[in-house]
Design a protein around this ligand. Structure first.
Ligand code: AMP
Length: 322
C-alpha cells in the first residue's frame, strides 16, 4: 500500500486502453493486465500486488461481463462497488482502471463469437453454466487485444477459467503471458469471492464445507489415496453433511486438460461447485503440488500439502447451522 494514493487513470473504451498501453510500451515500460468484475477483495488485491511487483504499469479492468452470465446466474444481483474499488486501486498504486460499459465492449451490430473447444470448456463449469466460457473467452480476447499487456494475472480459484484463458492466449498468439496466482482465503477458510457478501451467517457456516471437503481430500491424498473417485468422495462426504448445500459437482481432473482422472499419478486438481440459497460458490486445490504449497488449504491441522492453515481447533461447520 502507498501512503500517498494516486487515483488510477480511468479509461472507458478499448481504444483508450489501447492508446494508453501503446504509450507505455513506446516508453519501454512493461504492462500488466488484471481482469476483474469489480467488488474487489483480498483475492483481487493479491493479483494486483503481484502485477505491481512484476510489471512497470498495471491496468485493472472492472467489467461485469453480461456475456459470461448464464440464465441461471443473476447478473443484476452481482455486487457493484466502483467507488470503493477505485479507492482500493489507488491505494495499491494501480496506474489505470479500465471501466467500460456494455455498449463500449459490445456495440451495436456486435456479431463476433470466440469459443475455446474441447473438454476444458465442456466439463464442470462449462456443463453447469452453458455458454459461460464463450462469454469469458470473448471478453478476455477483447481485453488482451486492447491492453497489449506483457502479462495478464488470473486467480487459481477459477482454475478452469485459467486453463481456458491459457488455451486462448496460446492459440491466438496474443503474446501475453498468463500468470496464475494462488487462492486467497478469508480468515475462516472460505475462498474470498465477491459473491460472499450475499451469504448469511448460517449459509456461510455451511459454505465452509467446500474448503473443508477439499482439505479432507488433501488429507486422503497425503495418506496415499490415489483413486480419483475416492478422493472426490472424501470431499463430497463433508459437503453432504450440510443440508442446505446443493453440490453441483466434485471432480478430480488433469490440471491442464480437465479430463477426469480415475487414478492420480503425481498431481491432480480437485474442484467443487455448490449452491447455498441463491449463491453459487466454487473452490479448488491442487493435490500433490509440492512446488506450489500455498495452493493447498488444510483446516485445523498442519498438512504435508498445505501451508495455508485455517485457525486451529475449528470443528465441522454444519452442526452449527440452523
Ligand atoms: P472476478 O472479479 O471474480 O471475475 O475475479 C477476477 C480475477 O480475480 C479472476 O482471475 C479470479 O480468479 C481472481 N480471484 C477471484 N477470487 C480470488 C481469490 N480468492 N484468490 C485469488 N484470486 C481470485
Amino acid at each position: 500500500m502507498h501512503d500517498l494514493a494516486t487515483a488510477p487513470r480511468v479509461l472507458a473504451t478499448p481504444g483508450a486502453l489501447r492508446l494508453q498501453s501503446e504509450r507505455w510500451r513506446a516508453a519501454g515500460l512493461s504492462v500488466a493486465l488484471v481482469p476483474t468484475m469489480g467488488a474487489l477483495h483480498a483475492g483481487h488485491r493479491s493479483l494486483v500486488a503481484r502485477a505491481r511487483q512484476e510489471c512497470d504499469r498495471v491496468v485493472v479492468s472492472i467489467f461485469v461481463n453480461p456475456a459470461q452470465f448464464t440464465s441461471g446466474d443473476d447478473l443484476a444481483r452481482y455486487p457493484r462497488t466502483l467507488r470503493a474499488d477505485l479507492a482500493l486501486l489507488a491505494a495499491e498504486g494501480v496506474h489505470a482502471a479500465f471501466v467500460p460499459d456494455a455498449g463500449a465492449m459490445y456495440g451495436s451490430g456486435f456479431a463476433t463469437a470466440v469459443a475455446v473447444g474441447g473438454v476444458v470448456t465442456s466439463t464442470l463449469e462449462g456443463a453447469h453454466r452453458p455458454g459461460h466460457f464463450d462469454g469469458v473467452a470473448l471478453v478476455v480476447a477483447k481485453l488482451l487485444v486492447a491492453a497489449r499487456a506483457d502479462r495478464a494475472y488470473f486467480g487459481e480459484k477459477d482454475a478452469q477459467q485459467c486453463a481456458v484463458v491459457r488455451r486462448l492466449a496460446g492459440d491466438l498468439d496474443t503474446g501475453t503471458e498468463i500468470v496464475v496466482c494462488p487462492t486467497v482465503r478469508d480468515a475462516d477458510g472460505l475462498a474470498s469471492s465477491s459473491r460472499n457478501v450475499h451469504l448469511s451467517a448460517a449459509e456461510r457456516a455451511q459454505a465452509l464445507a467446500l474448503p473443508e471437503g477439499l482439505a479432507a481430500a488433501a488429507r486422503r491424498f497425503a495418506a496415499g489415496e490415489r483413486s480419483g473417485p475416492a478422493l472426490a468422495a472424501a470431499a463430497t462426504a463433508v459437503a453432504a453433511a450440510c443440508p442446505d448445500l446443493i453440490v453441483e459437482y466434485v471432480a478430480v481432473v488433469d490440471e491442464d486438460t480437465f479430463e477426469p482422472l480415475a487414478q492420480v499419478d503425481s498431481r491432480a486438481r480437485i474442484l467443487v461447485a455448490a449452491r447455498i440459497g441463491a449463491t453459487r460458490l466454487i473452490d479448488t486445490l491442487c493435490l500433490g503440488a509440492a512446488d506450489a504449497p500455498t495452493t493447498a488449504f488444510v483446516v485445523g491441522a498442519t498438512s504435508p500439502v498445505g501451508s495455508e492453515v485455517a485457525p486451529a481447533g475449528r470443528s465441522r461447520t454444519c452442526s452449527v447451522s440452523s
